[in-house]
Design a binder for this molecule. Structure first.
Ligand code: GDP
Ligand code: MG
Length: 704
């Protein structure tokens, strides 16, 4: 059987010239059925191979704006050619690749016939063919159609690749669009909406692009799905207008050009091109992604973000704490003493307040990150870091998830895990979402603050820096480990989009910031509330009987407990949590942790926020304000078994052990399997325990 090969490309890219060179006299001209667009077909004989070649109308895009575009698109969908030879004008690469990218998105089998190599050469444009091929994942054949140069090479390439079914290209259209696109794709797939002919994601994209033809077909196919898709697309349109002051189609085109720009910037082309719209962006990029200046600028930007977040959030954080302090005070006054009061104050107000107290910090952090993202800078950061991340089996786009989780300091693994959605390769995504919990989220910071203040008073900044470095090194090394064992597989050669810079709108920033902050608040309102109550119960029941309490209160505790301790601590040790902590001591003492620390760490699994407050209770201080931990610090310094070694061992453990419960739930949801949730709890805790034990044993041995 003869294979059908379609020639496609922009007008004037040399399609007809190539068609003539290939088919010679063996061609005939007709019309596409029902339309006046000319259809040329012919036979291409090369050696023993023979192909049936069709010259598609020249187009710049595959929308439904012109008859030519519709004809070209329909031909590809209906006739399913064994291969599309995409003629690309080498002297105008960027604009031509726009069409190529759309073929790739359709999942069509494409090869690039890079034509007009002579013109490109004359204009001083040098193209790295191999690089272009590896970055696009397509075969690339350099040619000069006018002289017939390259046609043999093209014949060999077509013979080798014809009939294969490549994975359709998935590019990121930015977070706003990606989320909606995913939803639409899922719905299209489950409703089998037009899927007999088109890919679900492609149909979704066409709805976003307002493609009249597809929407017409969809409406008569399944009106309900059609209506749902239209309203999803409309909602997105309004969202984009409000946040980024742009419309969906413009954004889609920007991201497509961004994808191409990123390919070309990786050394594919050794000559600047000037597409008017991109000139400015390009000039900025020359500096911002410069080999030496780039990283310097990146570090400065991160430092600025850090400064901004911590400086401006300080006062509102105080307000928040003041509010919960006041609330606790009111409850103290209004409620009669006893279990109910203890539940309301220690269980509910302290637990939920501990999380909500961080809201201003999270808010400012996300405001800064939204600014970097909306302006387009974050894409540049990812672009620069890609090389480093690849070494560890991750992807440049992973950086966003790490930063959101607390890569700089302060953040939350919950939105961090969700931020991995922008990663297109499933393996790199999984490796990222399993390692983001190692970052230093806003809830771990008070633990460090307490321990550093107590034991490393003179080296605060250095120790904080070391903590940050350890968590990054740990995350990267574990990612490498996972990628070479349980999530094995070659790196996916994805290209990151470099869309043009834009000035973020104020309103857009507010909406994006709020969306993320809300995810965090919802966690406090729902899961944390339940967990706080469970924890409170675990730390309260079973209660000591009245006699024992009376003896403790009279100061004669030695009668009931072996070591001297305050009534609060004795009650705690008697509780379920206390018993767990004591049982765990047989293992954790090799890392230097006593039962009080264990209770705090068990509580920390529910939410890292409770570690400090639980330590406070365990060390008999009653009320401890997590921010003002000086008194607890003083108490720890004089406590038995505590010293810099124990403190650092606990810091190490806190960095690496199981993500909090909510993060685990998130990991399960995003990875699509509860197994990865269990894995991250077990693996991380074992890793943390081993590191702490090794550190503690080595350090005590050296010091002795
Ligand atoms: P089409 O619109 O894609 O069918 O393009 P044509 O085949 O009509 O070519 C447009 C113009 O480019 C014609 O003048 C061709 O002679 C010229 N052309 C085609 N291929 C080459 C090439 O490889 N090098 C040069 N210098 N000119 C070419
Ligand atoms: Mg032509």
């Amino acid at each position: 059987m003869q294979m059908t090969i379609a020639l496609a490309g922009n007008p004037n890219s040399g399609k007809t010239t190539l068609f003539n060179a290939l088919t010679g006299a063996r061609q005939h001209v007709g019309n596409y059925p029902g339309v006046t667009v000319e259809k040329k077909e012919g036979r291409w004989v090369s050696g023993t191979r023979e192909f049936h070649v069709v010259d598609l109308p020249g187009t710049y895009s595959l929308s439904a704006y012109s008859l030519e575009e519709v004809v070209a698109r329909d031909f590809i969908v209906n006739e399913k050619p064994a291969m599309i030879v995409n003629i690309v004008d080498a002297s105008n690469l960027e604009r031509n690749l726009y069409l190529t990218l759309q073929f790739m998105e359709m999942g069509a089998n494409v090869c690039i016939a890079l034509n007009m190599m002579d013109v490109a050469k004359k204009r001083g444009i040098f193209i790295d063919i191999d690089k272009l091929a590896s970055l696009t994942g397509l075969p690339v054949v350099p040619m000069v159609a006018r002289t017939g140069k390259g046609t043999d090479h093209l014949a060999r390439t077509v013979a080798t690749h014809a009939g294969s079914r490549p994975e359709p290209l998935k590019i990121s259209y930015g977070r706003d669009i990606d989320v909606v696109l995913d939803d639409m794709e899922t719905r299209i797939r489950s409703d089998h909406f037009l899927t007999d002919r088109y890919l679900p994601r492609w149909v979704a994209l066409k709805y976003l692009e307002n493609d009249a033809r597809i929407m017409e077909a969809g409406k008569s196919h399944r009106p309900e799905t059609h209506d749902w898709l239209v309203s999803a697309a409309k909602k997105l349109t309004r969202h984009l207008a409000a946040t980024l002051d742009t419309h969906t189609e413009g954004m889609i085109a920007d991201q497509r050009y961004g994808f191409i720009a990123a390919i070309l910037k990786q050394g594919v082309i050794a000559h600047t091109w000037d597409q008017n719209r991109l000139v400015w962006s390009d000039k900025i990029d020359k500096i911002v992604t410069h080999r030496f200046l780039g990283p310097v600028i990146m570090i400065s930007v991160l430092m600025a973000l850090y400064q901004f977040t911590f400086t401006y959030s300080e006062i509102p954080v105080e307000w928040c704490e003041g509010f919960f302090g006041w609330l606790g005070g009111r409850a103290d006054l209004l409620l009669p003493g006893g279990l109910l009061k203890s539940l309301v104050i220690s269980g509910i107000i302290d637990g939920v307040g501990g999380v909500l107290g961080f809201v201003p910090l999270i808010l400012f952090m996300f405001l800064g990150i939204s600014f970097l993202e909306d302006s387009g800078y974050l894409a540049r950061m990812a672009f620069m870091l890609d090389r480093v991340f690849r070494i560890f089996g991750l992807h440049g786009a992973s950086v966003m998830a790490f930063i959101v989780s607390g890569g700089i300091a302060g953040g939350c693994a919950v939105p961090g895990v969700m931020a991995t959605r922008t990663l297109k390769s499933p393996k790199e995504r999984l490796a990222t979402l399993l390692t983001v919990p190692f970052m230093n989220c806003g809830a771990k910071l008070p633990v460090y603050a307490l321990l550093v203040a107590a034991f490393f008073t003179d080296h605060r900044a250095q120790v904080m820096l070391i903590i940050t470095l350890i968590s990054w090194a740990g995350a990267l090394l574990v990612a490498k480990l996972l990628r070479s064992t349980v999530i094995q597989g070659p790196a996916t050669p994805f290209v990151m989009e470099l869309p043009p810079y834009r000035l973020p709108t104020f309103k857009g920033l507010l909406i994006h910031t709020w969306e993320r902050t809300w995810q965090y608040i919802r966690k406090a309102g729902t899961v944390i509330l339940g967990i706080s109550i469970i924890l409170w119960a675990m730390m309260t029941f079973p209660q000591l009987d009245a006699d024992t309490l009376a003896q403790l209160n009279s100061g004669d505790g030695s009668a009931v407990v072996s070591e001297p301790m305050a009534p609060g601590a004795a009650a705690l040790k008697h509780s379920i949590a206390g018993r767990m902590g004591t049982a765990l001591e047989s293992v954790t003492r090799y890392a230097g942790f006593d039962w009080q620390t264990n209770i705090a760490l068990v509580g920390g699994f529910a939410a890292k926020e409770v570690v400090v407050s639980t330590l406070g209770t365990a060390y008999s201080l009653g009320e401890v304000d997590p921010e003002d931990s000086t008194s607890l610090a003083r108490r720890l310094r004089t406590a038995d078994g505590w010293g810099p070694v124990t403190a650092f061992s606990l810091i190490l453990f806190t960095i690496f052990y199981s993500p909090c419960f909510v993060a685990v739930v998130c990991i399960v949801r995003e990875s699509g399997s509860w197994k990865w949730g269990v894995f991250s709890m077990v693996f991380n805790t074992l890793l943390a325990l081993s590191l702490s034990i090794v550190f503690y044993q080595t350090a005590t041995w050296i010091m002795s």
